[in-house]
Design a protein around this ligand. Structure first.
Ligand SMILES: [Zn+2]
Length: 67
């Protein structure tokens, strides 16, 4: 069944289609408890943010190793 939700970040109404859910659970082996919370563009922004945080973390570790 299609799942209608509001994007957690920008609040726009999004539809997570039954087809996308099937893909997430069956192909991607996604967590059964996880549901879509963000629209495509906010998800992208969030991924960028996480990647940046990880890069900063990793470069911080590299700095420590130098000392
Ligand atoms: Zn959004």
């Amino acid at each position: 069944m299609d799942y209608v939700f509001n994007c957690r970040d920008c609040g726009t109404v999004q539809i997570w289609t039954a087809k996308q859910q099937k893909w997430w659970y069956e192909i991607m082996q996604g967590n059964i408890n996880s549901v879509a919370v963000r629209c495509r563009s906010c998800r992208k922004t969030e991924q960028q943010r996480k990647k940046q945080a990880r890069d900063i973390h990793l470069s911080g570790l590299a700095e420590k190793h130098k000392q």
